[in-house]
Ligand binder design. Structure first.
Ligand code: MIC
Ligand code: SF4
Length: 746
């Protein structure tokens, strides 16, 4: 099926690409080529970067189990019998890592039986491929099975761009977007600007693909990629394996980028062949010119990119980032001094290798090469090590090739092929709330509380080689790359194979195909379920201005979706809006008290309440409320619960210094008014007891500022200006109460 999809796409590109070249009057980047050939209507489309809304037709939809529930519940409201395009569900987020796969997987199956039954029955009925729990992490499975150069996919997970490693543009979206596209609607996204990253030189020694993106995170920061696509080019590109490229694209999500992409090359062809898709490799090779930027772009990149960055792979040093944010980067050689200076706890309590970012065969083989060296020299690991393979295919292959045995010899716990600790599905036996200690992983995110639920844990991120080396060093005070370990042992640089020399091991990979005709299949939702509940539409806007709303919370500093709607134990309730809403803002820092997760009911004066409780109290009195946030509000994940819970509990407006892309769209989709302070300094003016009015809503129009009035406790009224980025259509969503209501209303 993928071959056919690719073939039709390349035929379409044959026309679309020259047409776009002449319309734009310049050579095309790869991103341009992909976007123009997926336009719903190329001629009617406006093509201004940073301004126009693109209306696109993706080739696929991918969903992971934690977000698929809401995506499917929303799709089901459309009344369609079958999805309009190839789609898949991947069960990876709900399995807890604890004792190792042999015990964890059966336990996870039992604990989540209801949810998996719902997802698999919905998959069978609506024509969606279903990957069973343990089959692997969504992005690895997509890379191995579905990605093809030049294609476009949306996925209900922010790391969907991982597939850009195979030239397949992936974009993370909320479940509402996925639900609508599966129902046959086109997909809309703000036309991203383009960052060109020129890679020169060649990786060698310790440096790996992970270091390229960690370095870039340090350079561009977590908001540097908002509403932008990162396209890589230059001679360094060819030296990176396909899965290494995927690592880089994966973590483009940490820049807030809409997507990241690499041009088609021989490494991609090798990977396609290695994963049994020889036909696609040949087809892509025959269409190479469509799947790379025009040669003139490489000669004159400033004509075609909005921003340019250059990274020399030859001089790249391995990086370590963290704690608490992925953009706090430094070379590994600077870690020890910085840890001391900043007072980070230096003793490492856990080392974790895996996640969608770093769980390829190459990653594990390079980590294994270091483990082998140390064990041979009699050096023992100092820190508990956890390994999460990315997919069943990778798992079987490392089992066959002896890495698994090696990891087990050193006492590692091999977890299910799933997200596990990366998303807080981790029973960390030695975690103590309130105690700060340090862990290091190959993951992509390290927001407070993410892995073990303890806000104080200092989570550092690095490549698989560096994490393995630290597992033997045991301390951030040692530089395991350049320095000596106990007994004078020094590692030699790691070595590994990009692809398994004997090919991937075969066998059942955990896929179930949908039914040919799903009419007779019923979707499993128990009426008394505490895990799933069917959705009822949000109320439509009553046509009136928002008058004197109480302020539910003003957040200070980082407010990621992990702060707004934590995962971990709450993943349980991802299909049950009312239950999950009790987690609302549990991680958000109250700007007035500095405390996380608690605030006051301004009506009753009661303090120390959870924000969900306060919102429920207001709601019971018929009051809506407002939220005020800081910079890059909603960064991190695609989880729309961070928009749905506030909406469910009565938040009607969110006013911030700046939004992250996916979250802003999620708010719009769910009918919440997302406003941005015209003057970021006005954030300071908002006080705990202010009542907030938003006026002139009947005249809401694209590009038109919105007036917000702060009614002060002493009776003064302060007026401030805000802006919004809603298009005419998105304003309809607001009026209808949600995007889904607006679709229904047509
Ligand atoms: C994440 O890495 O934060 C997640 C869990 O994969 C999320 C999706 C979710 O919250 O379910 C993401 O990245 O979008
Ligand atoms: Fe899963 Fe972690 Fe990847 Fe998210 S970032 S998809 S939780 S492995």
């Amino acid at each position: 099926m993928t071959f056919e999809l690719a073939k039709t796409l390349y035929e379409r590109m044959e026309n679309a690409v020259p047409q776009a070249r002449s319309r734009f009057g310049r050579p095309l980047t790869l991103t341009d080529k992909i976007l123009v050939s997926h336009a719903d209507d190329f001629m009617a489309q406006e093509w201004e970067r940073g301004k126009a809304m693109l209306v696109l037709r993706p080739d696929r939809v991918a969903m992971q189990d934690a977000t698929a529930q809401m995506a499917l519940l929303q799709f089901m409201q459309s009344g369609r019998k079958r999805v309009a395009l190839p789609s898949s569900i991947h069960c990876d987020h709900l399995i807890q890592g604890r004792d190792g796969a042999a015990k964890d997987l059966p336990r996870g199956l039992e604990e989540n039986r209801e949810v998996f039954a719902f997802l698999s029955s919905a998959g069978r009925k609506y024509g969606i491929g279903f990957w069973r729990p343990g089959a692997g992490i969504i992005h690895q499975v997509v890379l191995e099975n579905y990605a093809f150069p030049g294609g476009l996919m949306i996925g209900t997970d922010s790391h969907t761009p991982n597939s850009g490693g195979l030239g397949f543009m992936g974009v993370g979206v909320g479940g509402a977007d996925a639900g609508e596209v599966m129902a046959g609607l086109a997909w809309e996204v703000l036309h991203p600007k383009l960052i060109g990253v020129r890679l020169t030189g060649k990786l060698s020694g310790w440096a790996s693909a992970k270091d390229v993106i960690l370095k870039l995170c340090g350079l561009l920061t977590v908001k540097g990629g908002t509403n932008k696509i990162v396209e890589y080019f230059g001679e360094g590109v060819e030296s990176l394996s396909c899965t290494g490229k995927a690592t880089i694209c994966n973590m483009g999500a940490e820049l807030g980028a809409t997507s990241s992409i690499f041009p088609f090359d021989s490494k991609m062809a090798d990977y396609l062949r290695g994963t049994g898709r020889e036909d696609l490799a040949d087809l892509a090779a025959a269409n190479r010119a469509l799947l790379v930027a025009d040669p003139e772009v490489l000669r004159e990149p400033s004509r075609c990119f909005d921003e340019l960055v250059e990274i020399n792979l030859s001089s790249l040093e391995p990086q370590v980032v963290g704690p608490h944010t992925p953009d706090l980067a430094r070379p590994v050689s600077a870690m020890a001094a910085e840890a001391q200076e900043k007072g980070y706890p230096v003793e490492l309590r856990a080392a974790l290798i895996g996640s969608c970012t770093n769980s390829s065969y190459e990653d594990l083989s390079r980590a294994a090469s270091l483990a082998r060296q140390a064990l041979a020299a009699g050096v023992k690991p100092k820190v508990p090590l956890f390994i999460s393979p990315g997919s069943e295919r990778v798992y079987r292959t490392i089992a066959r090739d002896g890495f698994l045995e090696l990891f087990q010899t050193m006492g590692a716990t091999v977890l299910t092929n799933a997200c596990g600790p990366c998303i807080g599905q981790w029973h960390r036996s030695d975690a103590v709330p309130g105690r700060a200690d340090s862990i290091i992983s190959t993951f992509n995110r390290n927001f407070p509380g993410r892995n073990d639920g303890v806000m104080e844990t200092h989570s550092f991120l690095a490549g698989p080689e560096v994490v393995m080396a630290y597992a033997f060093a045991g301390s951030l005070a040692i530089d395991p790359v350049h320095g000596e370990l106990e007994g004078g042992f020094r590692f030699s640089p790691p070595q590994g194979d990009e692809l398994p020399p004997q090919g991937f091991a075969g066998g059942d990979e955990g896929y179930s195909a949908p039914a040919e005709n799903g009419d007779q299949i019923t979707v499993d939702v128990a009426p008394d379920s505490e895990r799933l509940s069917l959705l009822s539409p949000f109320p439509k806007w009553d046509g009136r201005d928002f008058e004197r709303l109480p302020l539910l919370v003003k957040t200070k500093g980082k407010t990621t979706t992990d702060h707004i709607s934590p995962a971990g134990k709450w993943l349980r309730f991802r299909g049950h809006l009312d239950r999950i809403s009790d987690n609302m803002f549990l991680g958000a820092v109250n700007a007035f008290t500095g405390e996380a997760g608690k605030g006051s009911n301004v009506e009753t004066g009661e303090t120390g309440l959870s924000f969900a409780r306060i919102a429920r109290q207001y709601k019971a009195k018929g009051l809506s409320c407002a939220v005020v946030g800081d910079e890059n509000y909603g960064e991190g994940s695609s989880r729309e619960h961070a928009a749905m819970s506030p909406r469910h509990l009565g938040v009607t407006v969110v006013i911030v210094r700046g939004f992250a892309r996916i979250h802003e769209t999620n708010l719009k989709k769910q009918g919440i008014l997302p406003l941005v302070f015209a003057d970021p300094a006005d954030w300071e003016k908002v006080q705990a007891t202010d009542r907030i009015s938003v006026v002139g809503l009947a005249g809401l129009a694209p590009g038109k500022p919105v007036e917000v009035r702060l009614h002060k406790a002493d009776g003064r009224i302060e007026s401030i200006q805000t802006r919004h980025s809603m298009t005419e259509k998105q304003i309809q969503w607001f009026r209808a109460g949600s995007a889904l209501n607006a679709v229904g209303a047509r």
